[in-house]
Write a protein that binds this ligand. Structure first.
Ligand code: G3P
Ligand code: CA
Length: 340
């Protein structure tokens, strides 16, 4: 009798799970999602290396991007800001306090915004030692003394390997950097990332080729006006409208959806707010959905079912493994090859 009750319970739970999964598949059909991505030249289930392979190396530095590239991530992600003397650089935070030794080199300027520093001043900073101190188990001597990268250095890394990843660039604080979207697009155009063709060849059939496809650049911002500038200055380049719980609270989800549809921008929810029915509305409007920042296998699996078409991740290695794209080189080998 007890066995029968257990069997009934298991069948009941199994049926519920089956129905739930079926509903998720029906509201976010894979064929339609893949087609939306294909139209933009974006891989379906894109693996976007968030600040590089930033789980293993100091974010937005050379080894972080070299590792992400050589592991085989589809895109290298960076946050773009501008120095006092007008140079575009890759850096996430508004200030230098968390990821450099600014307190030691420029005492009293720890809370100053990045744009109050010239490139020459930024070059004096160590952008790697904080990582060694915070994550001793992942520390490498070669990380100490790393430099903040300019956009041009970042671009050179992106094209410099056998894998050819795309680039996924965010402008986080456009109001602090008037004209930055236009400038970024000018530079990307000058380097052939926008509007041109690369002559670069790939290193073989198993290699990433996003960087030489039509979806090689994606521009992203939390700021709707900045997304509108992307549309204005680079209409053929895919763009992503980022949002999280804070943006939903401020603007309301329907406004976010309408803005994304109006700009034909992909939908970029944080993992916490990437709900299946919302993703479904975005897909029905022809928008792709890229979710940030996903570093666990179960999250990626669940969110794939919920309708995510790609993930920003600090752990490109993990997501590559989940999607059956095991890297051909180990992390240790890649670091060693590049002298890290
Ligand atoms: O760009 C996607 C994601 O990176 C947004 O969050 O703060 O890591 O730039 P954040
Ligand atoms: Ca970002």
């Amino acid at each position: 009798m007890v066995k029968r009750i257990w069997a009934a319970v298991i069948i009941f739970i199994g049926a519920i799970v089956f129905i739930l999964i079926s509903v998720l598949w029906i509201i976010n059909p894979e064929g339609k999602r893949a087609e939306i991505c294909r139209k933009h030249g974006i891989p379906f289930r894109a693996i976007i290396a968030h600040r590089g392979a930033s789980f293993y190396a100091p974010e937005e530095t050379e080894p972080s991007y070299l590792l992400a590239r050589d592991l085989g991530a589809d895109y290298l992600e960076a946050d773009i800001q501008r120095t006092k003397d007008g140079v575009l650089i890759a850096l996430h935070d508004d200030t230098l306090e968390r990821t450099t030794n600014v307190a030691a080199v420029f005492p009293g300027r720890e809370k100053d915004y990045v744009e109050t520093f010239t490139l020459a001043e930024l070059r004096k900073l160590d952008a790697g030692s904080w990582f060694n101190a915070k994550f001793p188990e992942k520390a490498r001597k070669s990380f100490s003394g790393l430099k903040i990268l300019t956009l041009e250095e970042f671009l050179r890394i992106a094209v410099g390997g056998s894998h050819k990843p795309g680039i996924y660039l965010e402008i986080k604080s456009p109001k602090r950097f008037p004209g930055i979207a236009r400038r970024l697009i000018e530079i990307l155009t000058r380097f052939g990332w926008i509007g041109g063709e690369f002559s670069a060849s790939t290193g073989g059939t198993d290699m990433v080729t996003v960087g030489i496809s039509s979806g090689r650049v994606i521009l992203q911002s939390f700021d709707p006006e900045c997304v509108a500038e992307f549309t204005q200055y680079a209409p053929s380049v895919p763009r992503l409208y980022l949002y999280g719980a804070e943006e939903i609270e401020k603007a309301g989800w329907q406004t976010i959806l309408r803005t994304a549809i109006g700009q034909k921008a992909g939908f970029g929810p944080s993992g916490y707010v990437a709900m299946p029915f919302k993703n479904s509305e975005a897909h029905r409007a022809g928008l792709f959905v890229h979710v940030y920042t996903i570093n666990k296998a179960w999250q990626a699996r669940a969110l794939s079912l919920f309708g995510a078409d790609g993930f920003f991740t600090d752990r490109a290695d993990l997501l590559l493994e989940i999607y059956g794209r095991r890297p051909s080189e180990t992390i240790g080998n890649i670091f060693a090859k590049h002298g890290y």
